[in-house]
Design a protein around this ligand. Sequence first.
Ligand SMILES: *Cc1c(COP(=O)(O)O)cnc(C)c1O
Length: 454
Amino acid sequence: MTEALSRLPKMDRVLDAAALATTPWRREVVRRVAEGMLAALRDAIRRGAGAPTVVPDAEQFAVQVAARLEALCGPHPRAVINATGVLLHTNLGRAPWSDAAIAAATTAARACDLEVELDSGQRGSRFAWTRPLLAAVIGAPDVHVVNNNAAGLLLACTVLGSPGGVALSRGQMVEIGDGFRVATMAAAGGCRIVAVGSTNRTHAADYEAALAPGPDGSASAILWVHLSNFEQHGYVAEVALPELAAIARAHGVPLVADLGSGSLGTGLPAREPTIASYLEHGADVVLASGDKLLGGPQAGIVAGTREVVERMRRHPMARALRPDKVTLAALHATAASHAGREPPPLPLHRMVAWTLDELRTRAAAVADALGLEADAVQACDATIGGGSLPGDRMPSIAVRLPAGGRASALARRLRTGEIAVVGRIEDEAVWLDLRTVDPRDDARLVAAARTALR
Ligand SMILES: *Cc1c(COP(=O)(O)O)cnc(C)c1O
């Protein structure tokens, strides 16, 4: 091991090596990257103590450093074709933006009238246009916008849960994904979580007890969480939102509803609860994501009564959670798309609207271009994803790429090709679900699949 460690290339030799001499990067940047790689190499030698470790010489190592810098500086994130059949795929960036949202964001990226009223020349609000438009398309008295739904939850609990904390059913202490737990997030700003009920059954009396004066005081708000990605069956009981709203009113505390998915109802399966329906059921404030069923950029929509939304807007934490101009521009364009008479002309809503016949025609053309048999066109299930109702599947059509028993290798070739494609592995084949593919990408999908299949 010590022998291998002593053979590690010396930094000065690496930096002066031919492979790095003609590259465009600053010497200090190259050095820091090389140091990180050397440290990793040293760790590998120590971990594999005794095992023969290939130690590169200075020239070989310099080639590796140059490749690493090339990869680091290359454009990221990279475009991918989402052929997974998951409409809102969190790892693929959730809702794709509309062309209008992209154009608005590009405009906002340069100097823009973010916080100036062009008419008067006075200082204005960055929410001046988005706020009334969102309120109108959502059907809410007032709206505020933060970075994401988690930020909305943090702000709501910090502002409204003071001083007594928020009452939250044990049946709604959900984990949403990537270790994100609603109760943990709600408490992150110092808000106390008053757990009520049991995992499977929570009753009105449990909330009443949390709101009654006790040794720790009484909860200052009620938090209701939409069970976005799972369902409970069997011996279960929850207090319905209208009943919970009556309890909140009787105790003079606000009811916060974390909806997540944030449907506006237009052009989506009717089973998805809308923000407005939660407000109608008596929630004082509803929290939703901008990049789920709303079909826009990552943002946290805070929709509710003027009084409650104003309290949240005025809190110092709101400044730390405020969205940037590019997001606001894309969100504004997305909201405008929801104002029309027709179903919103958004990519998400188009994905939902494709008929099976349309998808089958496209799939047949893709399969034909790839020289596959007709049985490559297969019926399958797409899912909405992104915290919409669990099991919310919609019939779809996929092109099934035969992989000769090596599906994960084929899937990897698809992901790492010049045109990156993410599909789904099933039955030892790679399935390319056409519902989540923009038809403008069909030709590129064919090109990518052709290369990967070779
Ligand atoms: C998705 C989701 C969140 C998190 O939303 P982000 O916008 O990703 O922060 C919170 N609560 C619920 C119920 C959700 O579905």
